[in-house]
Design a protein around this ligand. Structure first.
Ligand code: NAD
Length: 263
């Protein structure tokens, strides 16, 4: 007997869906029956992914830092596919700089794309989900939203905001059949990190602090997003799930077994 598809008849909007974690999630949800609406900045990647996926896929060029654009995105999804069941608020950018060195413009840009856009997505999607009697929201936070990193100030603030905003949405809409959870990846092999992680010393340092000793593949994050979006997670809401190879399980204290002489 053919395996049941988890997302048959469901419509999913995926922001930042043209690359990395978003593209892997779009492909997985689509393979399991969903119609997928890929929202990303204008460019070839979104159209190319839709062409690869074939039917039940649409690219909507969207700058998620604009409320008007995100509102129009949800309208486009419902107009094309008739409903909205799943929203993956995933688009994001990084930032680097301690407070005195970070410009006000950079701070605002990171907060606009990494945090404001998550609010815009939920604000635009919840009325459409109510019309179906429920829905599921997954937000991409980060291990960097659970604790701080040196010189990641704006990113740390935005991703921590995503985690607590996720809880707020979860409790406000639990009785409407809308679940809302966050995934908190550690380092993942995607373009957002490719510049910096190509430096061998940096990659080695990252591998050293991740207990599993490696970066995630985007597909490993997509599997958790799909679980959260599926009916198998029907009693799961308001959670921030680390998908980080053990990174945030660690206190940050030195590994004494490597420092002490063998007894
Ligand atoms: P990625 O660069 O492959 O994907 C990010 C996508 O977001 C890109 O397609 C980009 O075009 C899109 N995007 C950026 N600004 C946008 C805007 N204003 N409007 C619409 N789309 C925009 O990187 P990724 O790793 O797949 O990132 C996805 C999410 O995962 C981000 O929120 C990121 O912060 C988070 N994350 C990534 C890692 C990692 O190590 N890669 C770790 C933790 C969290």
């Amino acid at each position: 007997m053919a395996k049941a598809l988890r997302f048959e008849g469901k419509v999913a909007v995926i922001t930042g869906g043209a690359s990395g974690i978003g593209a892997a999630t779009a492909a997985l949800l689509h393979a399991e029956g969903a119609a997928v609406v890929i929202a990303d900045l204008p460019g070839e990647a979104g159209g190319a992914l839709v062409a690869k996926l074939g039917e039940r896929a649409m690219f909507v060029p969207t700058d998620v830092s604009s409320w008007e654009a995100v509102d129009a995105l949800m309208t486009a999804a419902v107009t094309r596919f008739g409903r909205l069941d799943i929203l993956f608020n995933n688009a994001g950018i990084g930032s680097f700089g301690a407070t005195p060195d970070l410009s006000v413009e950079d701070w605002r840009r990171v907060i606009a794309i990494d945090l404001d856009a998550v609010f815009y997505g939920c604000k635009a999607a919840i009325p459409a989900m109510r019309a179906n009697g429920g829905g599921v929201i997954v937000n991409t936070a980060s291990a960097s939203g659970m604790a701080a990193d040196y010189h990641f100030t704006a990113y740390n603030a935005a991703k921590a905001g995503v985690i607590n905003y996720t809880r707020a949405v979860a409790i406000d809409h639990a009785r409407e059949g809308i679940r809302c959870n966050a995934v908190c990846p550690g380092p993942v092999e995607t373009p957002i990190l490719s510049g910096i992680s190509a430096i061998p010393e940096i990659r080695a340092a990252w591998n050293e602090v991740v207990p599993m000793g490696r970066f995630a593949r985007p597909e490993e994050i997509a599997e958790v997003v799909a679980f959260l979006a599926s009916d198998a997670a029907s009693y799961l809401t308001g959670a921030a799930i680390p998908v980080d190879g053990g990174l945030t399980a660690h206190t940050g204290q030195p590994n004494l077994a490597k420092l002490l002489p063998a007894v």
